[in-house]
Design a protein around this ligand. Sequence first.
Ligand SMILES: Nc1nc2c(ncn2[C@@H]2O[C@H](COP(=O)(O)OP(=O)(O)OP(=O)(O)O)[C@@H](O)[C@H]2O)c(=O)[nH]1
Length: 309
Amino acid sequence: MKHVPTINKSGPQPQKLAALRQAHREWNESPDVLTRLTRRLSTTLNLETQLAILADEIGQVVPYDHLTYRHQITSRDFVYATGMGGPHRCDYRLNLEGSFYGTLSLSRRQKFTEQELEGLELMLAAAICPIRNACHFIAIEQAALTDSLTGVPNKRAMDEALTRASCLGERHGEEYSLILCDLDHFKQVNDRHGHVVGDHILKLAAVELERAVRNSDCVYRFGGEEFAILLPHTDEAHARVVGDRIREFINTITVNCGDTDVSVTASCGVAMRLPEETADQWVARADEALYRAKDHGRNCTRVFAAIGI
Ligand SMILES: Nc1nc2c(ncn2[C@@H]2O[C@H](COP(=O)(O)OP(=O)(O)OP(=O)(O)O)[C@@H](O)[C@H]2O)c(=O)[nH]1
């Protein structure tokens, strides 16, 4: 049976409450480095902010010229650096309960003393739990914005990006175009060759889309067999060219299924963002252009022209 703690009904405990108040004051005002470090780290789950706090607190006890922290969190490199080098260096691999949470390196002109290294280790021991929590937080945030099948950003990430693009477009008059790219007759691929093949083609399509666009553009999985590509600084004429290139890349996908090779085509709908347009209205126009591409026989690109609207 689960242990349920009993509630003490003996009435108020003035002495204990006074002690609690005192402990709280001491915790908040303590000049002790470790108490202050853990107290400051506990105020945030943001890894960059935590590292800035750690760098600040370490610098007050062990002067250094340069501090770096590196960690790969769900395949993305996280790097924090402050200050400028020095020939003497110490590196710490941050491990907790068998898991690795990054490498912290310090360097400076003078050698580090044994006492300083011991002090550093005490501070890192106090910081490791908050750092672990911040790393997990980043991983969870990334997972919430990533499509688990293809690894590209998902619809939620796209909604955030479109809202951001709308704000920037409104403020600075930047041009943004959106391409919706939908695989043609994908139901037939699933029905004839099975979902495993369908899933494999979706993964390959995401790879081809990322290859077909610039680093500054971003590919999202918008729905089942539908992707979206957001193109900053791009008008509709250039976006059309990208739409055609995307289709060419998708057309190169071939999956061998025993005695047949399965290939796919795609249709693209393009819309450039209009002034004062909401993200939903913008997506609706790109979707309308996609519908026209499908209606025109598929494997083509259609633009919802901004002129005349
Ligand atoms: N394998 C696989 N199939 C998916 C996934 N998500 C959606 N689909 C399939 O994609 C197909 C989409 O079918 P439809 O919306 O009819 O579109 P379509 O057959 O591509 O036809 P058009 O878009 O008109 O060319 C459906 O069979 C869905 O089951 C997925 O994650 N994996």
